[in-house]
Design a protein around this ligand. Structure first.
Ligand code: THU
Length: 311
């Protein structure tokens, strides 16, 4: 759990009026910082959050950074991370930031411009709460060692922010979690890509990666029969080429009845499962059934048996 040392010099009454009641902003800040810490894998931290006006943040920006400009959020990390490192791999530096008064690591200060947050919420067409939550998450990841100087850094930081917003269910529409129904309908949609002139048994699949992306697959048969690729492994290949590695769910469908994954596909799914994997089978006329991959492949043999560490 994060401890938050609160400071508010302005607008806090307004904040409570604007959809943040009954818990107010501080409960939101705590939920966001907890989510960020959990995603990063850091425990027992505290941060200070100050709510200020546009004028005030301009002063702070000038005094602290020599930038005479209003901005939406500022973060001042107390820890200087080594290049390319974040809090999770900076145990020694975290320890230096240990504060016995709080029995926690002090990550730094966050300064939020509530006026600008209100303007941006209106501009983006989402709630004030969502905007404040997002700005808090953005600042938290800065305090945890993330930055957005290069495109790659920006991509990683944005991914972390998205995860945090999903965790506290404050996502944008396009970031909303994929429901089972969506995954199932994407599997059904994939059926139309099947190439199955020999068996006439069309299979469609859709995988969900731990970062919320979906990847479709269909079966592609071959005159040699043996060169056939199943829908599940097609989806896995699609996903791996898009940079996804861990999968939480798969939906598999066929035109009639059920198509549980074959033995080879169970083994391939086992390689890339995120802890375990939910396997859903069903279709347009077959009510969906769910099993865990560990039930379909008990006593499995996998990467852990060979003690492989992926870079
Ligand atoms: N098939 C799959 O796509 N997935 C499975 O797990 C089982 C089998 C396909 C392969 C082949 O094109 C057809 O179903 C009949 O075996």
């Amino acid at each position: 759990m994060t401890e938050i040392t609160k400071k508010s010099r302005c607008l806090i009454d307004d904040i409570d009026e604007y959809s943040l009641a009954p818990d107010g902003f501080w409960a939101l800040a705590e939920a966001v910082s907890d989510a960020c810490l959990e995603i990063e894998g850091v425990e027992n931290a505290y941060v200070s959050v100050t709510l200020v006006t546009g004028e005030e943040i301009k002063d702070i920006n000038r005094e602290m950074r020599g930038v005479d400009r209003e901005t939406d959020v500022l973060s001042f990390p107390s820890i200087h991370y080594a290049p390319g490192k974040t809090a999770k791999d900076s145990e020694k530096r975290l320890k230096k930031a240990y504060d016995p008064a709080f029995d926690r690591y002090f990550l730094g200060d966050i300064v939020l411009n509530t006026q600008r947050a209100m303007e941006q919420a209106n501009q983006f067409g989402h709630s004030f709460k969502r905007e404040l939550g997002y700005l808090t998450a953005h600042a938290m990841f800065h305090l945890l060692g993330y930055d957005h100087m290069t495109d790659e850094e920006k991509r990683i930081m944005r991914e972390m922010e998205k995860k945090a917003m999903r965790k506290i269910q404050l996502y944008r529409k396009e970031d909303a979690p994929v429901t089972n129904e969506i995954l199932q309908s994407l599997a059904i949609e994939a059926l139309d890509f099947s190439y199955s002139p020999y068996s006439k048994f069309r299979v469609g699949a859709c995988l969900l990666s731990e970062d919320g992306r979906t990847f479709q697959g269909a079966n592609f048969e071959n005159a040699s029969y043996g060169a056939t690729i199943c829908a599940e492994r097609c989806a896995v290949s699609n996903a791996l080429m898009a940079g996804a590695r861990r999968f939480t769910k798969i939906a598999i469908t066929t035109d009639e009845g059920y198509a549980w994954p074959c033995g080879i596909c169970r083994q391939v799914l086992n390689e890339f499962k995120d802890g375990d994997m939910v396997v859903m089978v069903g279709g347009k006329n077959a009510p969906w059934k769910t099993k865990m991959l560990s039930e379909l492949l008990p006593e499995s043999f996998g990467p852990e048996d060979l003690d492989v560490q992926e870079e």
